[in-house]
Design a protein around this ligand. Structure first.
Ligand code: GLN
Length: 487
């Protein structure tokens, strides 16, 4: 029963199956860790200890009755963007600080139906806008590898929790990199599936044409296990795609011999920290040693992905967040003089600076007279970027490169410089604009801080990403390293 917290989901599943420990014992162990150690990280907004222990007891009873779901008794954490019935769902904002969801998101429902045990809700950038977890109303999350550093964002509570061994898996969402960048910065695995692969129902919307749910784990194998449960068609999400979900675990052990790996020249230019680039190149060499071949591919418009994203995402956010007005949803200002005063003060008090910046940018690019110049133009460039990927995937099976331009930066370093912050997603945003699946896998350390290898696949290419990540992790030990203060 020693060291349960260090085990992957796959190992824990085997332990539960053999009866080495019960889900109640496992859940209690992890809850004790959270109670003792989360002061240092601030990774949780809400810990649902009582509910977790009940769910664990139910999972143990189900197992005794021979009724074992795919994640039976295995602990997870949900990013606080997923609606959870009867539990506070804040989206990292004062706006929703008192919101108790009356229903479960599809992701929450599916994981619960598979027997997973939810330990709580993780801290995040406000409305998932950020790359450092510093825009949260609940304060920044700290990186378990260095408490002075950011764990990435916006799924920083999820990435920090998995790196600190609070749970083997945590859900996340990725609009421009918010699963993969925090995974890279904390030495964890993060997968963002194809747009439409996982239901967005009950996931609070930021930019609807880009948002996609995924998972952060410590191994590709665990990511395969959880994604297999999360994925699938949902008639409650009109952009959900009715495409069969393969058994990701069934093929994860297959060879990657003959795999064609694309390398994008622009991903290794001056914007990339040299040592990070060296670790990523070494990781690609490991993949080559397993029988893959590399090919240079061209994505001529990829340099436009950040500016394109920062028109499209704010435009959609300004529309999505209009519902938080103190009347229909969200924080309501007290003693309003009239309706306009109520709207202005409720939104003024409820939203933080970054969210306001995005709403204003979005309203501007959508306004009459500017729509063609900004929003329409951005949509056209988005199409060019998607076409570039499509051409590239005619010649390669995956595209490999760095997840983020450098290891984790210090809290406070970029928070006053939005452009520097936005550039942290320079390698991840393209996959969102094109709707493609992508994964980040730990590939080494720079100055004792983790860095990640980024693999992008064609639409519905999750299987090859997970398999490639798994084969790489069979050859390397990076993902087994645990931050000293959290062993
Ligand atoms: N960092 C990007 C942003 O601030 C991406 C966020 C995300 O993927 N949710 O918008």
């Amino acid at each position: 029963m020693m060291d349960m917290h260090l085990q992957t989901m796959t190992e824990l599943a085997a332990g539960l199956e053999k009866g080495d420990f019960s889900s109640v014992e496992l859940t209690q162990t992890l809850l004790d860790r959270v109670a003792a150690l989360d002061d240092r990280l601030n990774a949780f907004v809400t810990v649902t200890a009582a509910e977790a222990l009940l769910a664990a007891a139910r999972a143990d009873a189900a197992r005794a009755a021979g009724n074992v779901g795919a994640l039976n008794g295995l602990p997870i954490i949900h990013k606080d963007i997923f609606c959870t019935r009867g539990v506070k769902t804040t989206c990292g904002s004062k706006m929703l600080n008192n919101f108790i969801s009356p229903y479960d998101a599809t992701v929450v429902e599916k994981l619960a139906a598979a027997g997973a045990v939810v330990l709580g809700k993780s801290n995040m950038d406000e409305f998932a806008m950020g790359s450092s977890n510093e825009t949260s109303f609940f304060g920044p999350v700290r990186n378990p590898w260095d408490l002075e550093c950011s764990p990435g964002g916006s799924s920083g509570g999820s990435s920090a929790s998995v790196a600190a061994r609070f749970a083997p898996a945590a859900t996340g969402t990725d609009t421009g990199g918010s699963i993969r960048q925090p995974a890279a910065l904390t030495g964890t695995v993060g997968i963002k599936p194809t747009y439409g692969r996982v239901s967005r129902y009950g996931m609070i919307a930021f930019a609807s044409s880009l948002d996609q749910a995924g998972v952060i784990t410590r191994s590709s194998e665990d990511a395969a296990r959880v994604l297999g449960v999360m994925a699938g068609f949902d008639e409650r999400d009109s952009t959900s795609i009715d495409h069969p979900v393969p058994d990701y675990l069934a093929t994860i052990g297959d060879s990657i011999k003959g795999l064609r790996v694309g390398i994008v020249r622009q991903h290794f230019d001056a914007g990339l920290d040299e040592q990070t680039g060296a670790r990523v190149k070494a990781a690609i060499a490991v993949i080559e040693s397993l029988g893959a071949t590399t090919v240079e591919v061209d994505l001529p418009n990829i340099d436009l992905s950040v500016p394109t994203y920062y028109v499209v995402a704010p435009a959609e956010c300004s529309s999505n967040l209009s519902r938080f007005d103190g009347v229909r949803f969200g924080h309501r200002a007290e003693n309003a003089e009239d309706l306009l005063d109520l709207y202005c003060r409720s939104r003024g008090e409820g939203f933080g600076d970054e969210v306001k910046r995005r709403i204003m940018t979005g309203a501007y690019v959508l306004s009459a007279g500017y729509y063609d110049a900004y929003y329409l133009k951005a949509q056209q460039v988005r199409q060019l970027i998607a076409d570039d990927f499509k051409k590239a995937f005619a010649d390669v099976d995956v595209i490999a490169g760095p997840t983020a331009p450098s290891p984790a930066f210090k809290l406070g370093d970029k928070v006053d410089d939005p452009i520097q912050m936005y550039l942290n997603d320079i390698y991840t945003i393209g996959a969102n604009l094109a709707g493609l699946p992508a994964i980040s896998v730990p590939c080494g350390f720079v100055n004792d801080m983790p860095v990640g290898l980024h693999l992008v696949g064609p639409h519905f290419g999750e299987e090859v990403l997970l398999r490639c990540g798994h084969q790489y992790q069979q050859q390397t030990e990076w993902h087994k390293a645990c931050p000293e203060a959290f062993q």
